[in-house]
Ligand binder design. Structure first.
Ligand code: UDP
Length: 245
C-alpha cells in the first residue's frame, strides 16, 4: 500500500514515482481493474462544488498529486508530499513498462487528427509497444459503440484524455464494464505527445512554473486557474485555525 496525505477528503499518494510504477505493475500483473486520478487544484476545487464528481473521484484506487498546488498545499498544512507525480510522466513510464512486460495500451481522447498523430509518435518512439487501439474524444457518451470497441480490444491500460471533468466521469461510469484495465485520466497529454501543445521546458518545470507556461500558451485558461490561489488560501486558513483541510 502506498502512503497517502489527506486533503479535502481525498487521499493523495505520497510516494516516489518508482514506488507508484511498482504498485501499478503489481496491479497490472494481477489483471485488476484500477482507476488513477491525476489530480490538480482545478480537479479538487471542482469536486468541492459538484457532489457527483466528488463521488467519481472517490471511487478511484489512487489519486496522484499532479499539480504543484497540491504539493504546496500539503506543505502548508504540515504533511508534505515528497514528490509531484504528473500524469504525463506516469504515462511515459507506463509506455516503458508496457513495452517491457507486453501490456497493451488503448488511447481515448483528443481531436481525431491529434489522436492519430499521437499514436504515430508513440509507435515511432516505442516500436514494440502493443497499441490495442485508439479513438478520438468527440463522441456521444450515450453511444455504446466506443465502449464496445474498447472492450473487444481487451487493453491492459486505457489512457483517457477527455479533459476535466469528462475523463473522470467517463472512467467512473464505464470501468465496471471491463473485467481488467488500468484507467488513467491524462488531460491534454495527447496534445503534447502529438506536438500540438508544448510542455514547459525542464527549466520552467524545475522552478514549478509549468502552470505559468501553460497559461502563456493558452491565456483562456486564466479563469480556471484562479482556483489555485483559492486552494492555497484555504490551506493557510486551515493551518492557522488548526482545522482539518
Ligand atoms: N477533449 C476531448 N473531448 C471533449 C473535450 C476535450 O477529447 O469533448 C480533449 C481535448 O481535445 C484535449 C483534452 O481533452 O486533448 C484536454 O482538454 P482541455 O485542455 O480542455 O482540458 P484540461 O487541460 O483541463 O484537462
Amino acid at each position: 500500500m502506498l502512503k497517502t496525505v489527506e486533503m479535502m477528503r481525498m487521499p493523495f499518494v505520497n510516494s516516489r514515482m518508482e514506488e507508484l510504477v511498482h504498485e501499478l505493475d503489481d496491479r497490472l500483473g494481477r489483471s485488476l481493474n484500477t482507476f488513477v486520478v491525476t489530480a490538480n487544484t482545478e480537479i479538487i476545487m471542482h469536486a468541492r462544488n459538484d457532489r457527483a464528481y466528488f463521488d467519481n473521484l472517490n471511487a478511484a484506487n489512487l489519486v496522484i498529486p499532479d499539480g504543484i498546488g497540491i504539493v504546496i498545499g500539503s506543505k502548508i498544512i504540515g504533511t508534505p508530499i515528497e514528490e509531484r507525480l504528473t500524469g504525463f510522466d506516469l504515462m511515459i513510464r507506463l509506455f516503458h513498462l508496457c513495452t517491457e512486460k507486453g501490456y497493451s495500451v488503448y488511447f481515448l481522447g483528443a481531436e481525431p487528427e491529434v489522436i492519430e498523430e499521437t499514436v504515430d509518435k508513440v509507435n515511432n518512439r516505442f516500436p514494440s509497444l502493443k497499441v490495442a487501439g485508439y479513438h478520438h474524444g468527440y463522441f456521444d457518451p450515450e453511444d455504446p459503440s466506443v465502449v464496445k470497441e474498447i472492450q473487444s480490444a481487451e487493453p491492459d491500460v486505457i489512457l483517457v484524455g477527455l479533459g476535466v471533468p469528462r475523463q473522470e466521469q467517463w472512467i467512473a461510469q464505464h470501468r465496471e464494464l471491463f473485467p481488467k484495465g488500468l484507467f488513467i485520466g491524462v488531460g491534454g497529454s495527447f496534445d503534447v505527445l502529438a506536438g500540438k501543445v508544448k510542455r514547459a521546458p525542464v527549466f520552467w518545470q524545475k522552478l514549478n512554473l509549468e502552470w505559468l507556461y501553460r497559461l502563456i500558451q493558452r491565456p483562456s485558461r486564466w479563469k480556471r486557474m484562479t482556483v489555485l490561489p483559492l486552494f492555497l488560501i484555504k490551506a493557510i486558513i486551515a493551518r492557522i485555525l488548526r482545522k482539518k483541510f
